[in-house]
Write a protein that binds this ligand. Structure first.
Ligand code: MG
Length: 218
């Protein structure tokens, strides 16, 4: 398992889990034909899926359709359980750019059967993540441009201000369920514009001041 690397330091931290949110941007819920949730929708990715910028995303043999989803990730710095909203930011170490790679055909099948999403979200290499930028360098995590290109064509262009839950709300909610531990990753969901990628494609994700990812599919 690959550790997260804190930018401008040699410090490495190991996530015990990757918590992902679904449908946190109205327009993405619309493009998926999904209802907007009233509470966060969570799923987990295994930390074994983590890769770095410039590593390859491997197209799984059992899927015919994989998608990119560009997301802001929150990295936990201090363990906590039942963290109240007003203490949430003290538990954050920093932020990263994150790709929630998804085998959309396997996810659609799982949705149709009422099965979990673990297969469609959990393949090795399905969690590219940038180095961690410390929170002190990010003035307002709720106002960051998030842009994604596939082969130099812009596909996603949004801002974290359009998230329907705030980061402190998300931390409060998640930590009621599971202890958040240092190094854990919370992927806050993707804006509209998701789509297919194929072998040979190059994906670039940039989030203002937070980080940049560049990954090719093989
Ligand atoms: Mg996602």
């Amino acid at each position: 398992m690959k550790p997260l690397i804190i930018r401008d330091t040699n410090e490495k931290i190991y996530p015990t889990k990757i918590i992902c949110l679904a449908r946190t941007y109205r327009k993405h819920a619309e493009e998926m034909g999904s209802e907007l949730p009233t509470e966060p929708i969570l799923f987990l990715k295994p930390p074994s899926a983590v890769i770095y910028s410039s590593d390859y995303i491997v197209f799984p043999e059992i899927s015919k359709e994989i998608h990119y989803e560009g997301e802001l990730a929150v990295i936990i710095g201090k363990n906590g359980k039942n963290i109240p909203k007003d203490e949430a930011f003290s538990h954050i170490l920093g932020y990263s750019a994150f790709l929630d790679i998804t085998a959309r055909d396997l996810q659609s099948y799982a949705k149709s059967k009422g099965y979990p999403w673990s297969i469609s979200k959990g393949f090795d290499t399905f969690a590219p993540i940038s180095e961690v930028t410390k929170k002190e360098e990010i003035e307002d995590p709720h106002n960051l441009n998030i842009k994604l290109w596939v082969n130099d064509k812009i596909k996603q262009n949004s801002n974290t201000k359009y998230m329907i839950f705030t980061i402190d709300q998300i931390i409060e909610y998640v930590s009621e369920i599971m202890t958040l531990e240092r190094g854990d990753i919370i992927a806050t969901g993707t804006p509209e514009g998701v789509g297919k990628i194929k072998k040979g494609d190059r994906i670039i994700l940039e989030i203002d001041k937070v980080g940049r990812l560049e990954n090719c599919v093989t």
